[in-house]
Design a binder for this molecule. Structure first.
Ligand SMILES: CCCCCCC/C=C/C(=O)SCCNC(=O)CCNC(=O)[C@H](O)C(C)(C)COP(=O)(O)OP(=O)(O)OC[C@H]1O[C@@H](n2cnc3c(N)ncnc32)[C@H](O)[C@@H]1OP(=O)(O)O
Ligand SMILES: NC(=O)C1=CN([C@@H]2O[C@H](COP(=O)(O)OP(=O)(O)OC[C@H]3O[C@@H](n4cnc5c(N)ncnc54)[C@H](OP(=O)(O)O)[C@@H]3O)[C@@H](O)[C@H]2O)C=CC1
Length: 251
């Protein structure tokens, strides 16, 4: 089934096809999105509109299609992947603005659509994740990202499975009273600039107390089980590094 979320007609058609084929639509996950990197000073009006159209308008198209095509009558759960935007997103102002727009749209929809058979709608805001998306970026950007893990209190990037786990939670009955929230899945990077690498002693006389990453849940869907991500080599090198840390450390 082909889908361009920027096209409202296509969005409605896809939802209709799903309902016809399966008889229901329990959940919608808006994961499609993206951007290119550009300092705001070099961003054109067309470039700004393009990214807002993809992320904000595209998400609206999908939510509206799901509401009109099934959920307005039967209820359902919606989760939209945005991005961690607390302090803006340097070199990606367009996407920061669009994602912040989605977060606010989600709050309004939670209020307006809750009464329609208990529709719940929430966002998940990933920090930097080792994902297929990294293949979209230039080598220098990947290099920059690969060396900025120290800005995260957990000293590492997130994994696709950690984002998926949050989405699954919000879709599930375990989150039945959670509506209109934006769940940041970022290891706390939005709260802190972390400690520059090697600087831990300054703050912790006994040395680094960063917990060793072993993945969750243990042994199943964790970083050790991931063989290769369809991403630049550097991203896969990071994965190997986490695995090595997990193996060599006592917990
Ligand atoms: C510092 C860290 C920041 C981290 C950000 C937060 C972490 C997020 C990570 C991720 O999201 S992972 C990756 C997910 N996937 C992607 O990002 C997808 C990659 N991007 C694309 O596929 C495309 O760029 C797009 C966003 C889908 C747009 O493609 P589209 O075909 O619709 O547009 P174009 O016709 O190519 O361009 C239209 C317009 O936009 C301007 N523009 C496009 N590319 C650039 C660029 N590289 N630099 C500056 N401006 C650009 C330009 O005005 C284009 O119009 P024309 O000039 O071509 O007429
Ligand atoms: N990786 C990270 O660090 C972070 C990622 N995110 C967001 O998480 C989401 C998933 O990203 P990730 O897996 O990393 O990246 P990917 O680029 O691998 O995934 C993005 C997906 O969006 C699809 N897509 C793009 N435009 C459209 C469109 N117009 N209609 C339908 N589908 C479209 C792409 O399809 P196709 O492949 O066919 O083009 C692709 O499958 C994205 O919204 C991303 O911006 C947010 C914060 C951090």
């Amino acid at each position: 089934m082909l889908l361009n979320i920027r096209d409202a007609t296509m969005a409605s058609q896809v939802i209709q096809d799903i309902v016809t084929r399966h008889g229901k639509l329990n959940g919608l996950v808006n994961n499609a999105g993206g951007q290119f990197m550009s300092p705001a000073s070099q961003l054109t009006s067309k470039g700004f509109s393009t990214v807002v159209d993809l992320n904000l308008n595209g998400t609206f198209n999908m939510c509206k299609a799901a509401f009109d095509g099934y959920m307005g009558e039967h209820g359902g759960q919606i989760v939209t992947i945005v991005a961690e935007t607390r302090n803006g997103i340097p070199r990606a102002m367009h996407t920061g603005a669009a994602r912040a727009g989605i977060i606010n749209m989600t709050k309004t929809l939670a209020i307006e659509w809750g009464p329609y058979n208990g529709i719940r709608i929430n966002c998940v805001a990933p920090g930097l994740i080792i994902s297929s998306g990294m293949k979209n970026y230039h080598e220098t950007m990947v290099d920059l990202l690969a060396h900025s893990h120290w800005m995260n209190p957990t000293s590492r990037y997130g994994t696709e499975s950690e984002v998926s786990a949050s989405v699954a939670f919000l879709l599930s009955p375990a989150a039945s009273y959670i509506n209109g929230v934006n769940l940041e899945v970022d290891g706390g990077s939005s709260l802190s600039k972390g400690n520059p690498e090697g600087d831990e002693l300054k703050y912790n006389p006994e040395g680094s107390r960063h917990p060793v990453y072993v993945g969750w849940p243990e042994g199943v869907d964790n970083v050790h089980g991931i063989k290769q991500v369809d991403a630049p080599a550097k991203i896969n090198e990071l994965l190997e590094k986490y695995k090595a840390i997990g193996r060599s450390s006592k917990i």
